[in-house]
Design a protein around this ligand. Sequence first.
Ligand SMILES: *Cc1c(COP(=O)(O)O)cnc(C)c1O
Length: 431
Amino acid sequence: MINRSTSAKLFEKAQTYFPGGVNSPVRAFKAVNGVPLFIEKGDGCRIWDADGNEFIDFCNSWGPLILGHNNPVVKKHAFETIENGTSFGAPTRKENELAELLISNHRFIEKIRFVSSGTEAVMSALRLARGYTKRDKVLKFEGCYHGHADALLVSAGSGLVTLGESASGGIPKAFADQTIVCPLNSKEAVLEAFNSYKDQIAVVIIEPIPANNGLLIQGREFLQFLRETCTANGTLLMFDEVISGFRVGFEGAAGYYDIIPDILSFGKIIGGGFPVGAYGASKEIMSQVSPDGNVYQAGTLSGNPVAMAAGYSMLKECLKPGFYQGLKAKTDKLVKEVSEYATSKGYDFRMFSVESIFWLAFTDKIEIRKASEINPSSMQYFKKLHECLLDNGVYLGPSGYEVGFISEAHTDADIDLAIAAFKTALDYAFL
Ligand SMILES: *Cc1c(COP(=O)(O)O)cnc(C)c1O
């Protein structure tokens, strides 16, 4: 195992300050071997930990860093903005600039509201959906993550269509009862839910490319079915594009599948590596938001100018011709070569991908579309793979349920190095 002695010391200290030693649970490395690595710096596709170990990074801060670390253009714009102060609690030009860039390049947003995280975006959008439809219930899918708002931190009970069961302490049953949970990729379940809760469902929320519990790629047909079912029932369709937005193309999954949702939520990439979230919809729906309408939502640091500047610069790069094709070509190469190697060795392993998102699945299934199709015991292989990848200079998010991301900063040579590391790590995992 690589030397983690400095990280181990820092982690010991951190455990005296923070629950589990971290400020977000998955960082604690509980699902893999060893102590979490404390990161000192990042540049391009590489990161360095406190012990001086160097890695090719496929976590990219869980997705935001589509240009890699420390991108010079983003950094320059953020620095220039900081020169003039960091926050005013009053409107700034930077908010207009980012909004204009977004709205003029995204067919499905007419108006937007900036907030400070993905969770906040989703939470606010749900309130808007409820306010707009004057209905209370929300339908979500098992295996989709939407941040930690009460209404969505629920999991399915036993049965095809169930009211949510709190997936966390501190969520009143009465809140969880407002959320209906269905399995992904099941029209039958959705129809049953609409039957049982007729005229009560305000919004159907889905990660159109579910990427928080493995990569559970849905067929376009299922998403189209949701669109039609929502329209027929006076229910809003919300795409939570916190990961997929600006990742699978500038217009995210809505553009990728060419399906028009009623509300969209964003996070991750939109802030250029700073804490930003946003929700957007048609002018009509957004007119319900305060101060135009009576759905209240506010934020002291919302639309923070430094974060707006970073987001603007990052998204501007994404709009350059060939940007997304370049990411996809690199991802396809990684996926193809690693998958072919695994097949040649007879390993039960597949790499699933959409554009520049990939997921390592220890399975012999050709496709996995539902959370229940993931075998929890397969995670023992991920654990070994993760450790061996670190030993060979590749950093992945520390859980087998998480996806990886390719950034613009990964060169073909970096991908080749990573492919070699994956082959070594697969041999080790299946030893
Ligand atoms: C990350 C994520 C969130 C939560 O965003 P935070 O910024 O972590 O609060 C919500 N929805 C999806 C789809 C996400 O991937």
